[in-house]
Design a protein around this ligand. Structure first.
Ligand code: MF3
Ligand code: CO
Ligand code: CO
Length: 265
């Protein structure tokens, strides 16, 4: 059963979503060649706990040891912040999930260290954001959730990229991972979307194979099986009668996509 959120719950998710987005805005100037992923995590932790007076949903989640996930180059997701030093041209995903007043906001974006990278990395990052945005433009009350996978598959195919199958978007609210499971590749998981459903869309797109490997030593870090680069963007949304509202939109995205999308004309 997919829960329909009340207006009061959606308001709490707006607050949590804004806080998660704010962390990604705050951390941007610190992402430079020479910084470690652990240093970035510690800055996020301090900000979430001491400035936002919120909680990281990741810290302690199924034993996860850090506040954020920081996934560099061939790391698909769940990169554990540590001694890894960033260098110019790296593509870096930071994924932040905060809890405020019992409700969750979950979002991630790609950063390019030093602002420049290879043409392949650039196309991968841009295409992944295009996949997320295109899917967001298809959501409305009455739509079939399969539209997400259909839309993303068309774009990934056009670019010759692959879509990760082992990790998905998810319902979210006063729990981290809830129904529905949101597949990012073409599928037959028919779910009729309804106003008030809240979930994430978070495509992971690989330049090479879709196949992934989980690090056996730490049990978390996911890399591409062929070491090709991977990119991800994530937003938390609420379905509305004629579209959706992006609860984790950042100011920098204005001009690229609206916060409130009217997808039914
Ligand atoms: N934020 C991730 C997601 O989008 C989940 C991270 S779980 C963690 O669903 F334990 F690795 F942090
Ligand atoms: Co998520
Ligand atoms: Co996330």
């Amino acid at each position: 059963m997919i829960k329909i959120k009340t207006p009061e719950e959606i308001e709490k998710m707006r607050v949590a979503g804004k806080l998660a987005a704010d962390v990604l805005v705050m951390i941007e100037p610190y992402i430079k060649s020479g910084v470690t992923t652990l240093e970035l995590d510690q800055i996020c932790q301090d900000y979430i706990y001491n400035t936002q007076h919120a909680i990281s949903a990741c810290l302690g989640y199924m034993g996860y040891p850090k506040c954020t996930c920081i996934s560099v180059n061939e790391v698909v997701c769940h990169g554990i912040p540590g001694a890894h030093v960033l260098k110019n041209g790296d593509i870096v995903n930071i994924d932040v999930t905060v809890i405020k007043d019992e409700y969750y906001g979950d979002t991630s974006k790609m950063f390019i260290v030093g602002g420049q990278t290879t043409p392949l990395n650039k196309r991968l990052v841009n295409t992944t954001q295009e996949c997320l945005y295109a899917a967001l433009h298809k959501i409305h009350d009455g739509a079939n959730l399969t539209i997400v996978g259909d839309t993303i598959q068309k774009i990934a195919d056009r670019e010759g990229f692959s879509i990760v199958r082992d990790y998905c978007g998810h319902g979210i609210g006063n729990t981290f991972h809830d129904e529905p499971t949101v597949l990012h590749y073409r599928n037959h998981d028919n779910v009729m979307l309804q106003t008030g459903m809240t979930f994430t869309i978070e495509p992971m797109i690989n330049a090479g194979t879709y196949k992934c490997k989980v690090n056996k030593k730490n049990g978390w870090t996911v890399t591409t099986a062929d070491k090709s680069p991977s990119a991800q963007f994530e937003h938390t949304i609420v379905v509305t009668d004629d579209g959706c509202e992006i609860l984790t939109l950042r100011p920098e995205e204005e001009g690229k996509i609206e916060r409130v999308l009217h997808n039914l004309i």
